[in-house]
Structures are given as C-alpha cells and as structure tokens.
Design a protein around this ligand. Structure first.
Ligand SMILES: Cc1cc2nc3c(=O)[nH]c(=O)nc-3n(C[C@H](O)[C@H](O)[C@H](O)COP(=O)(O)OP(=O)(O)OC[C@H]3O[C@@H](n4cnc5c(N)ncnc54)[C@H](O)[C@@H]3O)c2cc1C
Length: 502
C-alpha cells in the first residue's frame, strides 16, 4: 500500500501532525508500535500547559511553547478535551531565589508570555493561600494551564481517523529503505511488524526512540537521554489544596517538584529526575524517589495528606543532547522529517508543532493541495459528570444508558463506556477504555467497575476470548486459564475459551 505521508509515532506530537494534515488532500498513515495511541511520554507527565518563560529566548522551544499555549484552549474546546487556564506560580524562599524570579520574568517577557509578573508575599498568599508561609515571592504566569494529555492525543487521532486517515497499531517500524527505483513506487519503503508500506514522505515522532528510529535511515547526530520522572496522584479530597500550578525555583539542589491540581480534580506532585541506562522503557516507581517528592513538595505546600494517595506512576522524558527541539527534514534525506528531542514543554508546544510541521513540509516543496470537499476538525464528547442536573436529565431521557453509573468513583456512565467502545479507534484493553471514558481513575482504581467493563468489552467484540483481554500494553493479560486441578495455568494464557472450559 502506498501513502503520500506516513507518520511514525502516535503520541501527542505525531497526532498533532496527523490532525493538522486533515485539511489537505493527501493520504496519510499513522503508525505506532503500541496497542493504543498516547502510550509513551504523552500518557505520563505533569499535564501542564506551560506559559513559556522557561525556554531560552530565540529557541524553537520558546516559540512553540508560547504559541502552543495560545492555541491550546480553542483546540481543547473544539475537541471536547478538559483544559483549565489556572495560572502558575514559581515560588521563591530567599532573596537569591527572588533574583532568579527576575531572570525568569525577563525571559518570559522576551518569549512573549502574556501578563507575567512578580507577586510579593502578601499578594502571593492572597491569590494562593495553599502555599507555605515561608514563600516570600512568586513569578505569576496567568496563561499557564492544565489539560488531560492523553485525551488531547486521542481526540486528535480520533478526528484524523474519522476524517479518512489510516491508523495502524502494534506496528513497530523496524526498517526504512530508500527506493532503489526497482521495486516500489514511493520514495521510501517502511517495514513494520504488520507489513510493509510505501510513502513519498515520512515523519518521525518517536519520543524516547527518536534516535534509534532516526538511525534506521541516517547517521547519528543527536542522542536521546531517557529521563524518568515519578509522581504521586492524590485523591480528590486533596484536589483543592492549591488552585494554581505551584513550581519551585531551580537551584543548585535540583529543579524541585511541582504541586498542582489536575483537570480531573486530583492533586499531582512530582516529578523526580533519573537518567535510565538499561531499560529505557522502565516506568517503575521507587520508594526512594517517592520519599524525595514528599520532602520537596512539603516545602511548597506543608500539609499534603499523603495517605490520600491513589496512585504512583512514572513517565520518561525524551531529553536529548541538543538543547532545543529538533524539528527538520533530515539533512540529505529528501522527504524524511523528524520531531525529535521533544522533551518538556513538548505537551504545551504540541498544538503548535503540527502547524509548524505543515509549514516545514511546504517550505521543502511537499505538495499539500487543500481538500475540496467539507471536513470537520471538531469532536463532541459526553462528560456526564461535568453536566448540570438539567442536562443530565435531558440526556437520560433520550438514552437511558447514560443513567446507569458503572464507575462509581468517577461517575462514569454505561453510555460513556459504550461511546468509548464504538469510538473511531476502539479500545483494546481495560486501560484503553479508561483513557477514553475516564473509568477506574478514582479511589478504587477500577476494582469495582473493572469486571463490568470487561463484560462490555467482550460483548462488543463477540469473537474475543476473555483470555485476550488486556489490562494495558502487550502481555498484560488479565486472566489465565486453570489447569485440570483448578490452578492457574500460565502456559495456557493464549488458549481459546472453549479449551479452557473443557
Ligand atoms: C515526567 C514527565 C513530565 C512532563 N511534564 C510535561 C508538562 O507538564 N508539560 C509539557 O508541556 N510537557 C511535559 N512533558 C513532556 C511531554 O510529555 C512530551 O514532550 C510529549 O508527550 C512528547 O510527545 P511525543 O509524541 O513526542 O512522544 P511520545 O508520547 O513518547 O510518543 C512517541 C510514540 O512513538 C512510538 N514509537 C517509538 N518508536 C516506534 C517505532 N519504531 N515504531 C512505531 N512507533 C514507535 C511510541 O510507541 C510512542 O507512542 C513531560 C514528560 C515527562 C516524561
């Protein structure tokens, strides 16, 4: 099969590019090695739409961060993705840190961050009573926001597919070959775990694998330094501790940690920073790093109730040996583009990365004719718990499935889960339903609703065996068959259901 453009990597960057290509009359395939979109850094980060005072002025990162922040609110509104412009504070605890705030302020002004200013102690505690009495000043950036990162990624991918784009999951790219003129009609042949595809143009957006995938077609000229960050996610009872994203000043002791509300109403604290040497996809959490978060976070917000923790998780940053985002056509490789080293603020920048890539494709002479027929860049999604009682009553009258709560912690209805199962990229695991419908995110972490959702997954996929249902990624099987004596038999993990029953 031949495409005009193949995008490798379905994180928030790859999907922003796919979404930005919707208005053009080109055939596009989006590939990912995992069994869902948003399975890399996009699903495990701080979820902050940074204001843009941190990147060095004049860098691509500074430009795309401020532009991405500006675009994010409208984008989220159009895609029914939760977003809140809550503002951020960088706290100073000493005169030396106050001086640092002025440096950040200066950078923010040069980067074009709107309304950024320094607050004195009194104003700081007035607008954010949750922070420690010891904080003496803060840098206030009202344009900073919080978002649901995996839903932003998913929404862009869903609209891309609904508008005619192709997606292939579980399709790890293992080779990219230049056409030698004999076998294929596209400029490149992409080999994946699910077959080979031709394309005239290829866009690589591979997160922590960006250097490896770059190496499939070109010599090395940067390296990814995978850097893990661990987190606490606290219950909604802690969700109102602070109303802003609260950062600490970077110091010789490190970058500090943030304490922030989430769009779901929880409190997030973290991340740590640890370079991974062996397994670069190791998203474990560790007792030592979690203790570090508790100590550091308590400096900003003194009375966090850690016993109300609902989950710990970690994500891996695609830090790189370059000190800016690398977004370019690979030198000497006509038609191969990459977005590499997309570390933080990659999420905040992502709404601007797609349009920036379109500009780059045009600049390099790639033909992007406008679609002649109509297309729709919006997505409507029901978030039952965010509706008023009147809206809920109206909805339940039309469709009683929205009147049956399945996930009691988060108030997610059977209708919303059914919508997720029928969505343009159907979920293949329990966590994929969670990412689409918001189930299993509360105190019980899916303990109560999990079995009901498995039933619904099975009734939607009538050919599937319960043994094929996954918790999340490849190999995370939920059920194992029993042997003749009734003991779990892992060898039979993939056996079809009738064999299990016999
Ligand atoms: C701990 C942490 C905190 C962060 N906090 C913030 C924040 O608050 N604000 C912010 O703006 N940014 C933040 N970031 C950065 C942000 O999360 C990333 O910049 C962004 O998610 C990068 O998106 P991506 O699409 O480039 O990468 P990813 O989401 O990692 O996606 C890359 C995709 O490529 C796929 N892939 C890789 N190799 C192959 C292959 N060979 N074949 C097929 N597919 C392949 C992977 O499966 C993956 O899905 C944070 C990151 C981390 C880890």
């Amino acid at each position: 099969m031949k495409y005009d453009i193949i995008i490798v990597g379905a994180g928030v960057v790859g999907t922003s590019i796919a979404y930005s290509l919707i208005p053009y009359n080109v055939s596009v395939l989006l590939l990912d090695k995992n069994n869902d979109v948003a399975m890399g850094a996009t699903r495990a980060n701080s979820a902050i739409i940074h204001a843009g005072y941190d990147p060095k002025p004049g860098t691509l990162m500074a430009k795309l961060n401020v532009e991405g922040n500006r675009l994010c609110e409208d984008l989220c509104r159009n895609l029914s993705v939760p977003f809140r412009r809550c503002g951020s504070l960088v706290l100073a605890f000493s005169d030396a840190e106050k001086a640092l705030l002025h440096e950040l302020l200066d950078r923010g002004i040069r980067n074009g961050v709107p309304d950024i200013r320094i607050l004195d102690q009194e104003e700081l505690h007035r607008i954010e009573p949750g922070v420690s009495e010891e904080a003496v000043a803060a840098l206030y950036a009202p344009s900073a926001g919080i978002v649901n990162p995996w839903e932003l990624c998913l929404a862009q991918a869903e609209v891309f597919v609904r508008e005619g784009g192709d997606i292939l999951l579980n399709a790890e790219v293992s080779a990219i070959r230049e056409n030698d003129g004999s076998q294929v009609s596209g400029r490149y042949m992409i080999e994946t775990a699910r077959g080979a595809f031709e394309a005239d143009n290829v866009i690589l957006a591979c997160g922590i694998q960006a250097d490896t995938v770059h190496g499939l077609i070109a010599g090395p000229d940067f390296e990814i330094v995978p850097t893990r960050g661990e987190y606490f996610l606290l219950d909604k009872s802690e969700g109102t501790r602070v109303d802003h994203v609260v950062f600490q000043c970077p110091s010789e002791k490190g970058k500090g940690v943030l304490v922030a509300p989430t769009v779901h109403g929880n409190l997030i604290c973290g991340p740590t920073s640890e370079v991974l040497k062996d397994d670069i996809e190791d998203t474990a959490t560790t007792a030592s790093k979690l203790s570090e978060i508790k100590v550091k976070a308590a400096r900003s917000v003194t009375d966090i109730s850690w016993r109300d923790n609902v989950r710990n998780f970690s994500g891996i940053r695609a830090n790189s040996t370059a000190d800016d985002f690398i977004i370019r056509e690979i030198p000497g490789k006509k038609g191969i583009f990459e977005a590499a080293g997309i570390k933080s603020p990659g999420l905040a920048s992502s709404p601007a990365i797609g349009p920036f890539m379109i500009g780059l494709l045009r600049e390099k002479g790639i033909s992007l004719p406008k679609k002649e027929g109509p297309y729709d860049m919006t997505r409507k999604k029901i978030h039952f718990r965010d509706m008023t009682n009147e809206e809920r009553a109206e909805l339940v009258k039309k469709d009683p499935a929205y009147g049956r709560i399945v996930c009691r912690c988060e108030g997610v209805t059977e209708g919303e889960i059914r919508d997720a199962l029928l969505s343009p990229i159907p979920p293949l695991s329990l966590d994929a339903v969670k990412r689409r419908a918001g189930t299993g995110m509360g105190r019980c972490q899916g303990g109560f609703c999990g079995p009901r959702i498995v039933e619904m997954l099975l009734s939607e996929r009538s050919d599937a065996s319960p043994l094929s249902i996954l918790q999340d990624g490849k190999g995370s099987t939920l059920f194992v068959p029993r042997d003749a004596e009734g003991f779990p038999s892992p060898e039979g993990k993939n056996a079809p259901l009738k064999e299990v029953e016999s």
